[in-house]
Design a binder for this molecule. Structure first.
Ligand SMILES: *Cc1c(COP(=O)(O)O)cnc(C)c1O
Length: 563
């Protein structure tokens, strides 16, 4: 099966997590969904691509919420046999001085129409390996620094070797975040000069050649968010893969910083929105950081009712989402009907999952993302009395979702906090919390709500993508000006801003949010349906037509892969 893919040289895309489909829990959040959308667009556009990730057999975790509103984490294992075929190749990487064997699975990612892409899911759970090595590819973002480093050796070095063993010719390597940066070291070794050519003191590595072959996309606007490994750990686990002085010059003197390694071994580096590229440029002085603003995959993130509508009015939209700029010509009634269908589906899902009865006539505000402090899911609840007053004046409803990383105690407390507010406000503001936020819940929510809320702490939302998904379903955003929304927001046209774009405004966001809800968003929904539908159309025309992963892919091809 691999033969049909190795005939042409391909771009190899490396990502620690990837959201292939709802049944395959090899992702934790936005980074994985973006990786999936990237490969889905590559499939639709029939680009020569191959993705490499870990099989994460034990999944991320399945979230339940107990009666106290606390997150309960269950294992979420999946069976690769069911969805993918075993690779007929096995390679070894050296970990702690012993060989660890790496094989894996071929998952075929199909485009919405005809294209397909190979996805290699690396697996060390092989008889040849001792038991702890068999677990290296089990837990996504599990374990300690040693475990993580082992995973990154398998991803970067094992991934490169398996591509080679399978016969892939790689045109270009794209590192989605720094986790896979060790692939650059494998390339350095592959293209090392023969030692007799060297004069004393000359580096034996062809760094410019490796840089030409690599691109790096950073997703993290804070230094603390990048993986760093102490060199004594690196020596112990990875050994002297390249000499320490060379490694330190590439990856940092104090510790092996994966982002720095990726930066130094990539000719093309980008952030995931314009603001994020600026921030990253400051974080890494001396590097040129381009901006390729993220996008979402058109077909995946469009509910069936809207896909039918676009098929009827804008045929070809899923291949060429630019066509959505003409969505303003679709009759209002049809937009409203398509939305009503998606809203009804969400209301039924909420009823089944939580017992909460939502009213299709009342505005429904949605908020769902990873539950972690900087996303500020509690911002809307910072003044419960004000919120209560707003809900009395303009009745509305809320639907929430999100997982906290099992070791993010702050994130877990936020989930409890939200459940406490749900109980406290139950008499005036119906609120539902959908457990186990995943791709399927995300689509149901972004399509079924009337407004998509986002209130991150500036400038920490590198891009954000769920608001783009909402736009494909005619759902306007109400969001803090950070990440993509700085570029996307046209006030009152495709959604609304909360506060202004300066980082100093974080403290007054709650006030601005209440004012905007009370004075603008909720009254418009209740009093002026045609004006409301105009904003829905604005979301499609101005946001979805641009913030999609087809545009993003075309830019990566022309600016990063082919230069
Ligand atoms: C889209 C998506 C995300 C990322 O959403 P953000 O707005 O970037 O936080 C996270 N999890 C799931 C399941 C998603 O579908």
């Amino acid at each position: 099966m691999i033969d049909e893919f190795v005939r042409v040289p391909r771009v190899a895309y490396f990502s620690m997590e990837i959201a292939l489909r709802n049944e395959i829990p090899t992702y934790s959040g936005g980074l994985g969904v973006l990786a999936g959308d990237t490969v889905r667009s590559a499939a639709d556009l029939e680009l020569p691509f191959v993705a490499v990730s870990l099989v994460s057999r034990a999944g991320y975790f399945r979230q339940e919420i107990d009666s106290q509103g606390r997150q309960v984490e269950r294992l979420d294992p999946w069976t690769p046999e069911r969805w993918a075929s075993p690779l007929e190749a096995m390679v070894a990487v050296t970990i702690e001085g012993r060989p660890v064997w790496v094989s894996g699975w071929l998952y075929l990612l199909e485009g919405y129409r005809s294209g397909k892409q190979p996805v290699i899911l690396l697996d060390t759970d092989l008889d040849h390996n001792r038991s702890d090595d068999r677990e290296i590819t089990h837990y996504l973002y599990g374990g300690d620094a040693t475990y993580r480093l082992k995973q990154e050796i398998v991803l970067g070095i094992g991934g490169m070797r398996i591509l080679q063993a399978l016969g892939f010719r790689v045109l270009h390597h794209h590192m989605n975040e720094g986790h896979s940066a060790l692939l650059g070291l494998e390339l350095l070794r592959r293209y090392a000069y023969a030692s007799e050519d060297l004069r004393p003191g000359e580096s034996s590595y062809d760094i410019p050649r490796v840089r030409e072959l690599c691109s790096f996309t950073t997703h993290t606007p804070v230094e603390a968010g990048h993986d760093k490994f102490p060199y004594d750990l690196v020596q112990k686990v990875l050994g002297a893969f390249v000499e320490l002085p060379t490694l330190k010059s590439l990856a940092g003197e104090e510790a092996l910083n994966m982002a720095r390694l990726a930066l130094n071994l990539s000719e093309y580096v980008n952030g995931v929105a314009k603001r994020h590229a600026e921030i990253s440029g400051k974080l890494f002085p001396g590097y040129r950081v381009h901006a390729v603003t993220n996008g979402v995959h058109p077909f995946t993130w469009t509910a069936p009712s809207f896909a039918r509508l676009y098929d009827a009015h804008l045929l070809g939209w899923a291949h060429e989402p630019e066509l959505l700029v003409r969505a303003d010509r679709i009759p209002d009634g049809e937009i409203w009907m398509a939305h009503a269908e998606a809203k009804q589906a969400l209301i039924e899902r909420v009823r089944a999952a939580s017992g909460v009865e939502l009213d299709p006539e009342l505005p429904l505000v949605g908020f769902a993302r990873r539950m972690t402090a900087y996303k500020r899911p509690d911002l809307l609840f910072s003044d419960v009395e004000r919120l209560r007053a707003i809900a009395r004046e303009h009745p509305f409803q809320l639907v929430l979702a999100g997982k906290a990383h099992p070791r993010d105690e702050g994130g877990k407390r936020l989930i409890e906090f939200l459940h406490a507010r749900m109980r406290e406000l139950a008499d005036v503001l119906p609120i539902a919390y959908l457990p186990n936020y995943d791709m399927s819940t995300a689509l149901a929510m972004v399509a079924g709500v009337d407004v998509w809320l986002n209130t991150p702490l500036r400038p920490l939302e590198a891009s954000g993508t769920s608001g783009m998904k909402a736009a494909f379903n005619g759902v306007p955003s109400l969001s803090v000006l950070d990440g993509w929304w700085i570029e996307g927001c046209l006030e009152g046209v495709n959604g609304w801003a909360v506060g202004n774009a300066s980082d100093a405004a974080n403290g007054s966001d709650a006030l601005h949010l209440y004012d905007k809800l009370q004075q603008t968003v909720l009254p418009l929904y209740r009093d002026d349906r045609p004006a409301w539908i105009a904003v829905m159309k604005g979301a499609i025309c101005k946001s979805a037509s641009f913030f999609n992963s087809h545009r993003m892919m075309r830019r990566y091809v022309t600016e990063a892969y082919i230069r």
